[in-house]
Design a protein around this ligand. Structure first.
Ligand code: FAD
Ligand code: 2MC
Length: 393
């Protein structure tokens, strides 16, 4: 069938295992889109550093622009598990593009969950179609892992805030029209932070040069500078002082989404290497005949399966508001981004020298997934989060 041809040639690692008919239909839609609309362009987007806006808008037409937003303003009303399935499937067609889509979805959800009706009505329909793209702005040059120490400041003057500061490493910056800025409106620490929507055209908003990166090349990363950028108080999400909690609650889902992208890339790499080792011959036999190759593939399959289970388990925890959601999301992000990166690296190794060539996609999956152990909270921060919860008593 089309499904088995597209998903995986090997049933035991097929990502469709255990899904409901509705989830299967969503997965097939995403997989088909990844194969037809993304995979043929994946290398070019990377090498020419092209941001594929028309492809993203086509994905939004399938409901992937605001996957887990309510349907009131154009969202798809799907679950976090559905989102994980979609991001995993799309990643085989391009990790970098999918990861940007996941950040856009995280921002749309934050607006949907914490924005006023007026703000939602104004921005969500365009975010759902990706007529407008969104960026998430937490990190600063001097504040990365210690996010609560951020120093971008919003000063209230009547019905307006004037925002000044710099946001570093902002995915989509320069292309996005909507920026969710985490900034200080009160005391030092997490309780003095608010989340404010700043449109691109606001006077005082400027962008740094496009960063030159190892991967994630189909989307720009830039510093966002705000110099007395004035926006209405009505652009705030939630109350003053709630911004850090809003930012963190967005990231719980974000961490699952990024981990899902790593799972998709590991699946694609494993499928590719199984095929490759059957055809490449050395010492008079296919390299698949060597027990080392077989054991590598067995280990890789086990890591892939474990990663997927952890990620989907965390997604369900988020869907069901499980009390341990934060730890389960951190564990899934830690395990899947690390172990799937190793799966992809082992797949590259089994390709020999050809794995290092840009003619084969494995090196791109590796470069794109490398950053997943760093962003949306480093894997060291994931351990900090887990240890705090596990050892608090
Ligand atoms: P630092 O915090 O300086 O960390 C340096 C090292 O120290 C790391 O290994 C870290 O794990 C370790 N470390 C720090 N604190 C501890 C501790 N307490 N215990 C043990 N080890 C510790 N941010 C956004 O807000 N929006 C975006 O869209 C965005 N996109 C990004 C895209 C790319 C391509 C990249 C590279 C980054 C992006 N980021 C974004 C920023 C990203 O979230 C940060 O880089 C990340 O959180 C780490 O912060 P830092 O780079 O300042 O590293
Ligand atoms: N979910 C919900 N709430 C959370 C949370 C989470 N994951 N993490 C923290 N909070 C809450 C926490 O419960 C507390 O609220 P309360 O006092 O009401 O209980 C509040 O936030 C402050 O938390 P902490 O006291 O733990 O704050 P601290 O400053 O000690 O550190 C830490 C928190 C290290 C976990 C946080 O700073 C962090 O996650 N750092 C990593 C930053 C990060 O992930 N950046 C990613 C940028 S986005 C990106 O990279 C993209 C590509 C988009």
């Amino acid at each position: 069938s089309f499904r088995s041809r597209l998903m995986s040639s090997v049933a035991s690692i097929d990502p469709s295992a255990g899904l409901t008919d509705e989830q299967l239909a969503t997965q097939e839609l995403a997989t088909r889109f990844a194969h037809n609309e993304m995979l043929p362009h994946m290398a070019q987007w990377d090498q020419k550093e092209e941001f594929p806006l028309s492809t993203l808008r086509a994905a939004a037409q399938l409901g992937f622009g605001a996957i887990y937003c309510k349907e009131d303003y154009g969202g798809s009303g799907l679950t976090r598990l559905d989102a994980s399935i979609i991001f995993e499937a799309l990643s085989l067609g391009c990790v970098s593009t999918t990861a940007y889509l996941s950040i856009h979805n995280m921002c749309a959800w934050m607006l949907d969950t914490y924005g006023s009706e007026e703000l939602k009505a104004r921005y969500l329909p365009d975010l759902a179609t990706m007529e407008k793209c969104a960026s998430y702005c937490l990190t600063e040059p001097g504040s990365g892992s210690d996010a609560a120490s951020l120093s971008t400041t919003a000063v209230k003057n009547g019905d307006y805030y004037s925002i000044t500061g710099s946001k570093a490493f902002i995915s989509g910056a320069g292309e996005s029209e909507v920026y969710l800025i985490m900034c200080r409106t009160g005391q030092p620490g997490p309780k003095g932070i608010s989340c404010i929507l700043v449109p691109k055209e606001t006077p005082g908003v400027t962008f740094g040069a496009k960063e030159r990166k190892v991967g994630w090349n189909s989307q720009p990363t830039r510093i966002v500078h705000l110099e007395s950028a004035v926006v209405p108080v009505a652009n705030r999400l939630g109350e003053e002082g709630e911004g850090f909690s809003i930012a963190m609650s967005g990231l719980n889902g974000g961490r699952i989404n990024i981990a899902s992208c790593s799972v998709g890339a590991a699946q694609a790499s494993l499928d590719a290497v199984i095929e490759y080792t059957k055809t490449r011959k050395q010492f008079g036999s296919p390299i698949a005949a060597f027990q080392h190759t077989q054991f590598e593939i067995a280990e890789m399959a086990a890591e892939l399966l474990a990663s997927r289970l952890l990620v989907r388990n965390a997604a369900v925890a988020l869907d069901t508001k499980h009390p341990d959601t934060v730890v389960l999301c951190a564990a899934a992000k830690l395990y899947a981004t690390r172990n799937c990166l190793q799966v992809i690296d082992r797949a590259l190794q089994l390709h020999g020298g050809y794995g290092y060539l840009k003619d084969y996609p494995v090196q791109q999956y590796l470069r794109d997934c490398r950053v997943h152990t760093i962003l949306e909270g480093t894997n060291e921060v994931m351990r900090v989060i887990m240890a705090r919860h596990l050892m608090a008593s």
